[in-house]
Design a binder for this molecule. Structure first.
Ligand code: HEM
Length: 542
């Protein structure tokens, strides 16, 4: 309550008990009579307190505090007797009740202490009053009224403060219970305001996303964690329904973590009608990424097993057929060795046959199960080897790799044979897609993947880049833009990187409207937009 409100309340209570200016004058008249007795009354006040352990326990400062309190009580008594009973007086009286709540004093002791003080004051007045007995009665009645008013104010303050204190304590306890529950739960817990700004971000959410609570509080949840507009809209709609009072169960959507990785979450959402002074939405998310991965892998494995089986049969049959055809070609070559045009035709047939063989090999290697042999390697050695092995493809081409990763530790636990296949397929794509001069920039930076140290490798060419359709489908099996090939190169690359617990994706330099940084011969960025593939590999095996 404000001092003005308090004073208004005091004036109302004065009217209630019939307090007048004459009463004030009478009490003031007592002051000089009672002054010599105050010391005894104060001594008695504190002696009595010391006989009551329950009351005494709030005096934690011992004799020194009691001495100080005696001074306080003397001031309080003098003010009582002298007035004026103005706004400041009332505010100070109110403060006594508040202070007693703060120190945990039971109000009962204030009541009985005042009763004792009242008796002492009245008795002293009786003994020392020498005037008119009628006036003595009126004066003592005035003092009683004044003490009643004082007690009423102390009591009022006490009740208001006590209630506020109990409410604060209850809130503190329920907050503490909420925090313990929320902080121990292995779930991502987020509380959002109506406008989707983040009010609360649980410790598990911090660990899962890599963001500290302080980084996200007050920020827009949707733009922070959802980068796909479609997903953002779906989540906005779900939250909208929850705000209207319909709880949401098991709503699934991916979220983007600080390191760019994605987690797949299943959410339960509930409306909080009054959280920290307003409507809020509580979202409790379960990380179902591994579950979904496992489901997808099982599905993929099933599909691959079917392809593998079919390919094994096909390869066996065609292997025999190819061997027969090869033998015939060799015999034919001997028959027509004096006819150069026929020899050339045989060579072309031979090449077509080799190509067929290679296609079989690719499909087989995509479908066949494999086990990684992980070793600690500098990945630059691997892409250099892959580039070396493409020497025939590069013949007669003006093609160069430019490396931008001198100061970065490039070591990772990888299977060198498999990773070389990944680089070979990516570099081979650039050789097919780009005109000369082909410049490929490989750039490494340290990164984190699911909270673990990782290496990010960007491979960017200066070719025509990928259109949105290509960027979306590049890792799908049998998707190709080339006239030759199976369309399995990038699907194989993804399979190998997945097996390393890494990630492979089309980089943002490929997005329409962005400027790729395909380096020119002198290492400077060319303005041409190219295709960027980004690989993130964990530094150590999971
Ligand atoms: C007629 C009854 C009482 C009156 C008029 C009274 C008056 C006061 C006043 C004026 C204050 C200072 C408030 C401020 O900080 O602004 C105070 C504080 C205090 N009172 Fe009382 N009191 C009474 C009863 C009691 C009783 C029964 C106890 C029991 C031990 C007690 C213990 C204390 C203590 C410990 C403090 C805090 C002092 C400090 O801050 O060191 N009071 N009281």
């Amino acid at each position: 309550m404000s001092p003005d409100d308090l004073f208004r309340r005091y004036q109302e209570l004065q009217r209630y008990v019939g307090w007048t200016d004459d009463d004030a004058g009478r009490v003031r008249g007592m002051a000089s009579i009672l002054e010599p007795c105050l010391t005894d009354l104060i001594e008695d006040f504190y002696e009595e307190i010391q006989r009551h352990p329950q009351a005494l326990q709030v005096i934690t400062g011992g004799a020194a505090q009691i001495e100080r309190l005696k001074g306080t009580l003397r001031g309080w008594l003098r003010e009582l007797l002298h007035g004026p009973y103005d706004k400041e007086y009332v505010a100070r009286r109110w403060r006594v009740g508040r202070r007693h709540v703060e120190i945990g004093l039971d109000q009962v002791y204030t009541n009985v202490a005042l009763s004792r003080l009242r008796r002492g004051l009245l008795k002293a007045h009786e003994q020392l009053w020498l005037g008119d007995p009628q006036e003595a009665l009126a004066t003592r009645r005035a003092l009683n009224l004044l003490l009643d008013l004082d007690l009423a104010m102390i009591e009022d303050a006490y009740q208001a403060e006590y209630l506020a204190w109990r409410l604060a304590l209850a809130k503190e306890r329920s907050d503490a219970a909420f925090r313990t529950l929320v902080e121990a739960a292995p779930c991502m817990i987020v509380i959002l305001r109506q406008d989707h700004s983040i009010l609360y971000f649980s410790p598990f959410a911090e660990r899962l996303t890599g963001y500290k609570s302080a980084e996200v509080l007050g920020k827009d949840y949707l733009s922070m964690f959802m980068d796909e507009p479609g997903v953002r809209e779906d989540v906005r709609r779900d939250i909208g329904r929850v705000k209207e009072g319909l709880p949401s169960l098991g709503f699934e959507n991916p979220i983007r973590c600080k390191d760019g990785s994605r987690r797949h979450m299943a959410w339960n959402r509930q409306r909080l009608p009054d959280y920290e002074g307003g409507l809020a939405v509580l979202s409790v998310g379960q990380d179902v990424t591994s579950l979904i991965d496992a489901q997808q892998k099982a599905l993929q494995a099933e599909r691959l097993a079917a392809i593998g089986q079919m390919m094994a049969g096909l390869a066996h049959e065609s292997g025999n057929a190819l061997a027969r055809s090869q033998a015939c070609l060799e015999m034919l070559a001997m028959e027509v060795q004096d006819r150069p045009e026929a020899i050339e035709l045989i060579e072309r047939t031979q090449k077509a046959q080799d190509h067929l063989q290679q296609l079989y090999e690719e499909v087989r290697s995509y479908a066949a199960p494999f086990k990684l042999e992980l070793e600690d390697w500098d990945v630059a050695l691997i892409w250099r080897q892959a580039w070396e092995n493409l020497v025939v493809r590069r013949q007669g081409r003006d093609a160069q790799i430019h490396e931008e990763c001198q100061d970065v530790d490039r070591r990772c636990a990888i299977d060198p044979f498999r990773l070389e296949q990944v680089f070979r397929n990516i570099l081979d794509n650039s050789l097919s897609a780009c005109l000369d001069p082909l410049r490929i920039t490989i750039c490494c930076t340290s990164a984190a993947l699911a909270g673990r140290p990782a290496l990010r490798i960007s491979i960017l060419d200066n070719g025509p880049g990928l259109n949105p359709e290509q960027a979306r489908r590049i890792f799908e099996p049998f998707f190709t833009t080339k006239t030759k090939g199976t369309g399995l190169g990038m699907a194989i690359a993804r399979r190998i990187i997945d097996a390393h617990s890494g990630q492979i994706a089309v980089g943002t330099a490929t997005e329409p409207g962005s400027q790729g940084a395909g380096a020119g011969p002198d290492g400077t960025a060319s303005s041409k937009r190219g295709a960027e593939i980004v690989i993130i590999l964990p530094r150590q095996a999971a």
